[in-house]
Design a protein around this ligand. Sequence first.
Ligand code: SAM
Ligand code: DTB
Ligand code: SF4
Length: 347
Amino acid sequence: MSETIIRHHWSGDEIAALFALPFNQLLHRAHEVHRTHHDENAVQVSTLLSIKTGGCPEDCAYCPQAARYDTGVQAHKLMSVDAVLVRAKAAREAGASRFCMGAAWRGPKDRDIARVVEIVRAVKSLGLETCATLGLLGEGHAQKLKDAGLDYYNHNIDTAPDFYGEVIHTRDFQDRLNTLKQVREAGLKTCCGGIVGMGETRAQRAGLLQALANLPAHPHSVPINHLVAVAGTPLADAEKLDPFEFVRTIAVARILMPCSVVRLSAGRQKMDDAVQALCFYAGAGSIFYGEKLLTTDNPQMERDQALFQRLDLYPVESKSMEETVIVRADSMMMTDRCAHESCEEAA
Ligand code: SAM
Ligand code: DTB
Ligand code: SF4
């Protein structure tokens, strides 16, 4: 058992100072936090499926599924329950513990939610954890998904508030926060992170992490995506990010949100195994597993299996975490809940 202060009021200066630490010092500190709260050899494995692909009316500059960009993505309407089940069973057999379903919508309509509810019920009945990412939710949608057995809702804030307007113009940062509030209030677990490597500054990477860590509750899962630069999108030629800066971002996320599971998300296909190993050391405790993310390539399963073997990592259910005692930062924080289930019980 260890004592941890879960903080929701990180200042920009504090986060900038973490980013500026000598690399080895930052990694050492992040790893200490990691192994205090998590099994450092365990990696939670999620598999993604795009259940509704392309044709999206939004203008997210990174996204190959926006209808307005010519990216060669073939649009596909919402998949049937049976077709999703085939893919979910295959993911379970391959060793995934969570099945994440993505839809290229600005947000679902009521009739879409009714169909996704059927899909969630069916996937849940296989014994998999379920996650959905459907965009901005309308009145009552989160509750319907929760009632269907959905475990997690993924909704990324994507980048720092002061960079958001340079990347997306069809919705604003506050829209994302509103959906996250609805997700929390319905009792769904939140999966919320962002993308780096979009040409943002280090201060903006810090701003993304600050916005995540200062949410009313730390997300249960924090996906840190490296931009997958896709031809035809406005960010196709984004300036390359130093891989060690990506590792630093994982490390700082680990320190700011000690009980959350940080996911080394998109971008692994082009990432060296050694860089991935550093990400696991820095505190990544989850990956997307399977040959495709939503529309872009992810490492072949054999490559990931070999990497796990070489690094003595093993896939686990997201529930198997160590017990931790949470010491509140101050009395104003008494209503906060740590993302980690056993921490909630101990708090
Ligand atoms: N349409 C919904 C939405 O935007 O919330 C759900 C699907 S959307 C594809 C899910 C997330 O994928 C985005 O929030 C973004 O973080 C991530 N994403 C999309 N394109 C990406 C890319 N090219 N590289 C890295 N991450 C990407
Ligand atoms: C998240 O943070 N990353 C995933 C998942 N949540 C939905 C999506 C990555 C998408 C990468 C681009 C593509 O494959 O279309
Ligand atoms: Fe649409 Fe989501 Fe892609 Fe934005 S990220 S264009 S909302 S699918």
